[in-house]
Each structure stands twice: as C-alpha cells, then as structure tokens.
Design a protein around this ligand. Sequence first.
Ligand code: ASP
Length: 332
Amino acid sequence: MSRLTPAWLRSAASSFVIAMLVIASPAALAQAWPARPVTLVVPFAAGGPTDIVARLIAPSMGRSLGQSVVVENRTGAGGTRGADLVASARADGYTILLHHNGMSTAPALYRQLRYDPLASFEYIGLVVDVPMTVVGRADLPPKNAAELLAWLKQNAEKVNFAHAGPGSASHACSLMVRRAIGVEPTTVAFQGTAPALVALEGGHVDLLCDQTTQTLPHIKSGKIKLYATTAKARVPMLRDTPTLIESGLKNAEIIIWHGVYAPRGTPPEAVSKLNAALRAALKDPAVVARLGDLGGQVVPESRQTPAALRDWLKAEIGRWTPIIRASGSYLD
Ligand code: ASP
C-alpha cells in the first residue's frame, strides 16, 4: 500500500489483517468449530443396523453442535474402507466415523490394513450395545434352533449364509456358528446387512446373523424366521427365543458394540464438543427409547468417554488378535 493510499483505507486494511489473524488463531478456530456440517461416515449400507444407530444419534448430535451431522455410507471390505477413509481424512473434526466390533478384528484379519485402530484415530466415545439374531428365510424348513443346527449339518453344501463382508459382525457371527457345528456352508458377502436382509426376504439366501436393530421389525412382521439370539442372556423382547449357548453352542456369544472416532490429530476442542454432543444424544429420551425398542442398550455414562472407547478397543484387539492369528485366517 503506497503512501498515496488514503489513511482510511490503510487503517481498514490493517484492521482486516488483524481480524484475519484473530480468526486464524487456535482459540478462535476452536470457538468457531463447527462452522459447517459434520459428516458421520457409516462403513456399511444405508438402512442397516450401523446406519440405523447413526441416523438415530446424528440429528440430536447436530442440535448440540449447532450444525447438521450428515450420515454418509462408505461401504466395502467389511467396513475397512469407510474406516480407512476417515483415518486419512483431514483432522479438522468435520469427518467422523461410527463403527462396531469390526474395528477390533480388522487388524488381525487384514494384513494390508492401511490404518491402525490404535494409532490413526481420536476416540469420541462408546454408544450402544446390541445383540444379534440368527434369522432364516421365511420358508426355511427347520422350526427352531435345535432343528436348524441339525439341518445345517445335513445340508451344509446347499446352504447360503449371508453377511456384510469379510470382517463384519455378521461374518464373525456366521463363522462362530459354522465353526461350533463344524460345517462350511457357502457364504455370500453384501455391502452391509440391509441388502443381505432384502436377499433373505426374497428367498435368495438362507441364513443371516444380524443385529436386532435391523431384524426386530422384520421378525415381528413374519417376513423372516427367528432361530436364536447371540447374547449370554435372552433378549427381553424375544423372551421365547433361546440363545445360541442354550441351543448347545458352547461359548457362542457375540454382542455388537459401537464407537465414534475422528482422524488422529483432530483438535481437542472438536473432540470434546463431539463427545459432549454424543453424550447429549445418549441422554435424549427419544433416542434412548428408540434404541431400546430395537433391542439396544445405551452404554452407561462412564463408557461414553474417549478414554473408555480407547481402552475398550485396546482390550478387544488384545482378545481377538491371538484367536484370529491362531486360526490362520486372513481376508486379504
Ligand atoms: N450388521 C452389519 C455387520 O454385520 C453391518 C451393517 O450393515 O450395519 O457388520
């Protein structure tokens, strides 16, 4: 700016520079966050159980943040593609991930994994625990769990077991059932259990393990046949249905847990605002009631923290890695 520039313009310009410096300072950035919508990545298909949880918490989180939380489905490779996408996204708090147990099994299952669940993320908090159900197409001959297990043994080579891709929860659950009774039916991978359920209802596949969050309404309408549940105890709204353990499959227990993650390096202010928004969503009576109606149990407040998610994930990786390594199964 030359000496000939009028004084008013010089002073306006310097105020502008000062304003830009203030806006760009870390404190101002923290205050301004979030200045635009946050993308919540779901690594499975729309309409499935992980997506249902995401779409239940997103509007409530958005209200707390004062910005929309937009759910985006980035499917593939049993959930590892969506997780990878978030791990390598800009660490500005605007891209976050909702994932489940798959986060703890992927490091052992995939040798080429491009992210490290314990090094590539910031942790926002645990969300909800959901049991699975073992369901079949409506006209599958067995009438109950005991008949199903016997029928599976006799018809293994004719049976199609659907799942949401290698390393997904439905894949792990089907593996658990298959190994427990020593059969190897054909498995069919989908981009999530939403399309798998459509195939089951259409009679194109025979069996599926899936969270109650998706299966309950379909069980109630009689479109699919319920055989067993996968938690240690019976599911309250499915009191008459035995667990897999009760049906004779020792140690066959799986509960699906969910966590929210941000890329490593996300500013602490954004992490803490995201955590506060998550905790507020998990206190929202409408969210809690809907998750409960779908068989889910919101985790207690002490588990809704970044540290609780990290510790839980670390423990789960420690639990699954030796088991998977010993089985020698890799998916890539
Ligand atoms: N239920 C799926 C799984 O088996 C994921 C999904 O579609 O939400 O991992």
